[in-house]
Design a protein around this ligand. Structure first.
Ligand code: GFB
Length: 321
């Protein structure tokens, strides 16, 4: 049985990872609440790894947020992510972790790169300004994986998911990602009988949305790969990067229409061009992952309905909103 430490187990990706691995008899899951282990504390993190000696690590712990949170808190997005990553990579190596899956995001790629975005486009052009600090921290994580693979023959893989959503999302009105933000705004407008709902920006940017249980499933698939296949993904001669996504995108306006329909709101949709658009398009090239024999399976309408139900259950008790 392999011991797997899921760092950041209560977040969107972490909870999906725990759900995907929990039923598999070959894994013994280890998790720690933030209040019990501060992953930016290098000594505490090292002590924890030396005590529990995980075989694998799924590194989902991160400071994340939507376009406005990224713009308003650049220091936290850069600093907190770098601090957590330094501790976890250091402790993982010191304690002999053989496989790590480090989670990043599609924003590591250049703002205006060709679409769909291949893994080979890393560091081929300037980044999008609204999330450059977060992107640079995550690029440092990719480089850390590659450096440990080159210098210490580790097998650390950097997995870059497209925009994610799902149960346990952050529904904050300003700091969340677009999909949960719109669920909340349309729901509140419906309840109040408001005549219109505001959608930030021009509505023209295109985004790809993947349901969180699919990324949990992808992580379980990768951890279950035979050594030879995992070694090929993390061989020292190339950046150990792998995209994961659904392979198609929609405009923000189309997303807003879909959320409106899911929520059952009958009013108007109004665009607010004073808010930033961010990257014009972010569609992942998922050819490399598909060749391994895995595909995302949750259609947007099913995922949206599940997310709306999750929102309603939280909103009713206001426990996390
Ligand atoms: O999910 P989001 O905030 O982040 O989406 P990114 C931003 C896009 O949705 C922009 C539009 O085009 C916004 O103008 N949008 C419309 C809204 N209404 C809203 C709203 O109410 N809230 C939000 N948040 N957006 C993030 C990065 O980029 O993607 C992170 O900032 C991370 O670092 C994440 O990489 C996956 O897709 O632009």
């Amino acid at each position: 049985m392999k011991k797997v430490f899921v760092a950041g187990h209560s977040g969107l990706v972490g909870s999906a990872t725990v759900a995907a691995l929990a039923g598999l008899k070959e894994y013994d899951l280890i998790t720690r609440a933030h209040s019990d282990l501060d992953l930016s504390d290098r000594t505490a993190t090292r002590d924890f790894f030396m005590t529990y000696r995980p075989d694998h690590v799924v590194m989902c712990a991160a400071k994340v947020g939507g376009i406005l949170a990224n713009s308003n808190f650049p220091v936290e997005f850069l600093h907190n992510n770098l601090a957590i990553q330094l501790s976890v990579f250091d402790a993982a190596h010191a304690s002999g972790v053989d496989r790590m899956i480090f989670l990043g995001s599609s924003c590591i790629y250049p703002r205006d790169c060709a679409q769909p975005i291949s893994e080979d486009y890393l560091l081929t052009g300037p980044l999008e300004e609204t999330n450059r600090p977060y992107a640079l921290a995550k690029i440092a994580g990719v480089e850390a994986c590659w450096s440990f693979n080159r210098q210490h023959q580790r097998r650390y893989l950097a997995l870059m998911p497209t925009n994610l959503y799902g149960p346990g999302d952050n529904y904050h009105p300003d700091h969340s990602h677009v999909l949960p933000a719109l669920i909340r705004r349309f729901h509140e407008a419906k309840v109040k009988g408001a005549p219109s709902v505001t959608v930030w920006g021009s509505g023209r940017p295109r985004r790809e949305f993947m349901f969180s249980s699919d990324v949990g499933d992808a992580i379980a698939f990768l951890l279950g790969l035979p050594d030879g296949d995992f070694d090929a993904l993390t061989s020292p001669d190339k950046a150990p990067l792998l995209n994961v996504g659904v392979g198609h995108d929609i405009t923000i306006r189309e997303l807003a229409e879909r959320v409106k329909e899911t929520v059952g709101y009958a009013g108007e949709l109004v665009l607010d061009p004073s808010k930033p658009d961010g990257t014009p398009r972010k569609l992942m090239d998922v050819t490399r992952f598909h060749k391994l024999g895995w595909r995302a399976k949750t259609p947007l309408d099913i995922g949206l309905r599940a997310s709306y139900q999750d929102f309603l259950s939280k909103y009713a008790t206001a426990s996390r909103l």
